[in-house]
Design a protein around this ligand. Structure first.
Ligand code: ATP
Length: 358
């Protein structure tokens, strides 16, 4: 029997609620499957840890995570701590420190879920957005000078390296190749950003030569938002820079029906460091502690994690269970128009997993 070591970092806000639910579901799935085992270790990092220790995670935190097969992450964020501290000291510290350069975000409308797009339902679109996750606009390069003075200046410098650009473009082209439509939309903004983005385009022109079997179209990021809303069926796999894909994937999550259901994977394809899996939503302090967070984003995330671990059957079984629950429509969380609590949605998905065994 295969056994996998999972590092759980529930983090802050509803992160703790949905990761707890996800671990319960994973436990039920492993039991029902019988072919694999998960050993989960918790790391209580995040805002509470920050108030106690002055940092979001310990200095040797990444060393502690090194031996794990995957990281299951909730969310980092607290209204009492500036966002750039919570983000950089925990999530980005792990993503960038482990060079998890491929951020992968699948989006589709699950059965029984209503998209805000008129007339668009399950099966009408099936996207995977690939976000460059290690550099670009979020490289952390820049500075501030003359702070508090009238001449104060703040600068963020986007960093595009040939290595960084080429590897994410190849990753996206390989992913497009593995999907039935073999279609990739290449997103850019080289009309206005005339250095890094022009290089981004130039590298792509070279790389695409190795993928003659992939249908490729190129879009400016602003036009891409319009296309996602007006012609969603025309899109399959998408590749974009760190900032552009960050924005596009939030739009994608909203178009799929709710922020509460969307998953994401921060992949280290070479597997020399662990990859990290997280729901796309943040801490959502407005609903924290009320027991009403939708855990489906965290379950879909768990399915992506199983896929990465080499358990595609269990991953598919979990997705099928989620879809059975949403399709039935009886146990829906509030963000999907229902009244079910986190615990109720979790129980329904576990029942669906067990039902599949019967
Ligand atoms: P952060 O600053 O950590 O990104 P946030 O609170 O600004 O967090 P999100 O958590 O991404 O933003 O979510 C925005 C809103 O969407 C929340 O305020 C919440 O009302 C709703 N939401 C997000 N996730 C869920 C969920 N899992 N279930 C129900 N509602 C959710």
């Amino acid at each position: 029997m295969s056994s996998y070591k999972i590092a759980a970092i529930p983090g802050d806000g509803i992160g703790t609620e949905v990761i707890e639910a996800g671990i319960e579901v994973l436990g039920a799935l492993a039991e029902a499957d019988g072919g694999f085992k998960l050993e989960v270790e918790h790391f209580p990092w995040g805002a509470d840890y920050y108030f106690e220790h002055g940092e979001m995670m310990p200095a040797d935190g990444r060393d502690q995570l090194m031996g794990f097969d995957a990281i299951y992450f909730g969310s980092a964020g607290d209204p009492r701590i500036p966002d750039h501290i919570t983000l950089w000291q925990l999530r980005l510290n792990i993503c960038q420190g482990f060079d998890q350069y491929a951020n992968v975000r699948p989006t589709r409308v699950l059965p029984g879920v209503k998209s805000p797009l008129e007339g668009v339902g399950p099966g009408d679109f099936d996207w995977v957005i690939v976000r460059e996750n290690s550099e670009g606009e979020y490289a952390g390069v820049g500075g501030r000078a003359h702070q508090g003075m009238p001449e104060e200046v703040g600068m963020d410098v986007s960093v595009f390296t040939r290595t960084g650009v080429e590897r994410i473009q190849r990753f996206a082209l390989d992913l497009a190749r593995s999907r039935p439509r073999k279609l990739l939309t290449f997103v850019t903004k080289s009309n206005a950003q005339r250095h890094g983005m022009v290089m981004w385009d130039a590298v792509f022109e070279e790389v695409r030569k190795d993928y003659p079997d992939i249908t490729i179209d190129k879009m400016l990021v602003d036009a891409m938002t319009t296309r996602m809303v007006l012609n969603p069926a025309s899109i399959d796999t998408v590749v974009a820079t760190n900032l552009h894909a960050d924005i596009l994937s939030d739009l994608a999550a909203a178009l799929s029906g709710s922020m509460g259901i969307a998953p994401t994977a921060n992949l280290r394809p070479e597997r020399d460091y662990p990859s990290m899996f997280e729901p796309i939503h943040g801490s959502a302090f407005d609903i924290m502690g009320k027991g009403i967070a939708n855990p489906i984003g965290s379950f879909w995330t768990a399915s992506m994690m199983l896929e990465h671990l080499g358990e595609p059957k269990a991953a598919a079984r979990l997705m099928a269970a989620i879809e059975r629950v949403t399709a039935a429509g009886e146990v829906m969380a509030r963000d999907l128009g229902g009244t079910a609590t986190t615990v109720e949605v979790t129980a329904a998905v576990i029942d669906a997993i067990r039902g599949a065994n019967a």
